[in-house]
Design a protein around this ligand. Structure first.
Ligand SMILES: C[S@@+](CC[C@H](N)C(=O)[O-])C[C@H]1O[C@@H](n2cnc3c(N)ncnc32)[C@H](O)[C@@H]1O
Length: 247
């Protein structure tokens, strides 16, 4: 099984996403609305919506959004919250390489590092191709992605996190410079000494490569930023926000 079929499970839902605050999600949703020029009439797709934090908040604010993801665990969570809050949001199960839409959306976004998941470059390219196909002409795509140059200024190969219930997470990050991949090994150890090993591998793309991939998919890059407020990108920034537009 590929790592992305396993990693986004109950452990991810319980622990990995804990550091993401509601305030951060609100700030990101403000940026999604602003950069994608959303109006209540717009149709928007949350590609790799996960536990639905952006889709749910957009739904609360009255926007028409569809969430799309591969993880049944995370989709179940999103659907349950939508039902509890009486929000009319469709959460659809599927692989990002096989997004089945054509000229459908005014805006699509992909947040919190959900690109570069596939071993072959053609498969990562395929994701941008289907995004472009799913957008209406002039529709916009917002990608929130890590910026390796900024991370390298303070690169850590290991980190450690302790959760309130006593569970400890150990995270090892191995950078293969030639392959442009980051292999992440993760070990959770609970208070009762249960152990869960998991991990993920990301293909890292630099800005110039992304520009070529967007272009190949039929999208121009309009802008790139380092923050949700639209600050310019420097070599110290650890994330990049890319705004593309279908030609
Ligand atoms: C890092 S999470 C981001 C979740 C969400 N966008 C957020 O901001 O919290 C990546 C998401 O991509 C989904 N995913 C992984 N592989 C996928 C695939 N092949 N097709 C569709 N979704 C996939 C995972 O299930 C997970 O929800």
């Amino acid at each position: 099984m590929a790592w992305y079929e396993n990693f986004f499970d109950e452990w991810y839902l319980k622990y990995w996403i804990q550091p993401i605050t509601e305030e951060r999600t609100h700030r990101e949703v403000d940026a999604i609305i602003r950069f994608l020029d959303l109006t209540p009439e717009s149709k928007v797709l949350d590609l790799c919506c996960g536990q639905g934090r952006h889709s749910l908040e957009l739904g609360r604010r009255g926007y028409q959004v569809i969430g799309y993801d591969l993880s049944e665990t995370l989709l179940d969570h999103s659907r349950t919250v939508a039902q509890e809050e009486n929000l009319n949001i469709e959460f659809i199960s599927g692989d990002m390489r096989e997004l089945p839409y054509r000229d459908e959306f005014d805006g699509i976004f992909n947040f919190y590092t959900a690109f570069g998941y596939f071993e072959k470059d053609e498969e990562n390219q395929q994701v941008l191709d289907v995004v472009s196909k799913a957008l209406k002409t002039n529709g916009k795509f917002l990608l929130d992605y890590p910026c390796l140059e900024g991370r390298m200024t303070n690169w850590k190969t290991q980190e450690y996190f302790e959760y309130d219930d006593g569970t400890i997470m150990l995270h090892e990050m191995l950078h293969d410079v030639f392959e442009q991949t980051i292999k992440n090994n993760v070990l959770y150890i609970t208070k009762d000494n249960d152990r869960h090993r998991t991990g993920f591998t990301l293909r890292h793309y630099y800005g110039r490569e992304l520009q070529q991939c967007f272009d190949k998919a039929g999208m121009n890059i309009l802008e790139h930023y380092s923050t949700m407020d639209g600050a310019p990108l420097t070599n110290r920034d650890i994330r990049i926000l890319i705004l593309g537009q279908k030609r």
